[in-house]
Design a protein around this ligand. Structure first.
Ligand code: PYC
Length: 315
């Protein structure tokens, strides 16, 4: 029996499963190098940890690995129902909350190595966690895409931006951002993703835009905007998405709509919230995202060699 020790949490509603023990040895080196080994040789482990029958489509995994960057607590590789993520904002906040829970870190500032750079968290005594994300930027402004939806073609516009993952940020989709409408929002965002692929719209250096973010007016009086974020495996983010909010901040600052240091309060489709702000550092823009995470389970996953569905199904 293969045993995998995990701690589950949610960050503003979006679940994270941190793998603490029982993962395959990825051979050390940088976290980016370990992520390549994970992708090429151990996809079965990814599927076993986050997919059915032990997980579900919205669950994001976080594999704790050794790191090489100076002063880092550890490395982390995020993954979801279809593959590896470059980075994950809600997942980093969930990782920090989990490591507080296990006693590995406490109140203060801590650095983690990810495949796309070093990120840091600051944990305060009240439970809020602030993430200093990787440098974020807008790559392209107001790109028109022909979206095939409801049997016709609609032109929509969006910005291409990086916040640790590649995002297409759309405001002229015409859809109310409501929890009761997530199936419709998923169809719209997926159709936009198809259009990006058909038209060859990518991030810098051909980076695949695998997250689509739809914006609308906030429902909460203490927020500036509400979003719906569709992730690469067609699951929607319950939180406002840490990397997605970072990409949004980059666009707002580039447009002159948000001053450096000013707060942006991003509501999610379920009504949770991240508070973000941007600062300039060494010629780059570094977003800070604040939110809360809560531990929901400590468990040991069992992978039985005799179980025909031990790695899930369909992949
Ligand atoms: O919070 O960055 C994030 C994220 C990415 C995918 C799901 N959540």
């Amino acid at each position: 029996m293969h045993r995998v020790r995990v701690v589950d949490s949610h960050t503003e509603g979006e679940p994270t499963r941190v793998v603490l023990d029982g993962a395959p040895d990825l051979g050390g080196g940088t976290v980016a190098a370990q992520a390549r080994v994970f992708r090429e040789r151990f996809d079965w482990f990814r599927a076993a940890v986050v997919n059915e029958p032990r997980g579900h489509d919205a669950l994001v995994g976080a594999l704790v690995v050794p790191s090489v960057e100076r002063d880092t607590v550890c490395g982390v590789i995020f993954f979801n129902n279809v593959g590896l993520l470059n980075a994950c904002g809600h997942g980093t906040i969930g990782l920090a909350r989990t490591l507080v829970h296990t006693g590995r870190i406490g109140v203060g500032r801590h650095r983690f190595e990810t495949p796309v750079g070093v990120v840091a968290v600051t944990i305060d005594a009240h439970g809020d966690i602030e993430l200093d994300n990787v440098a974020s930027f807008r790559h392209e402004l107001d790109v028109a895409v022909d979206v095939e939806l409801d049997g016709r073609t609609r032109v929509m516009h969006g910005d291409v931006a990086w916040g640790g993952n590649w995002f297409f940020l759309v405001s002229d989709h015409g859809e109310p951002i409501e929890l009761a409408r997530v199936d419709r929002l998923t169809s719209v965002a997926w159709a936009i993703r198809d259009a990006l692929e058909r038209q060859g719209v990518t991030g810098k250096d051909g980076g695949v835009i695998d997250h689509v973010e739809l914006f609308g007016p906030p429902t909460r009086s203490d927020c500036d905007s509400k979003n719906f974020v569709l992730c690469p495996g067609k699951a929607w983010d319950r939180s406002p998405c840490g990397t997605g909010t970072s990409a949004k901040l980059a666009c707002l600052v580039a447009d002159g709509k948000l001053a450096l240091g000013a707060e942006w309060r991003q509501e999610s489709v379920i009504g949770s919230r991240f508070v973000g702000r941007m600062r300039a550092e060494h010629g780059a823009w570094i977003p800070t995202i604040r939110g809360q995470a809560f531990v929901t389970a400590e468990s040991t996953l069992l992978i039985d060699p005799g179980d025909p569905f031990r790695y899930g199904f369909g992949s």
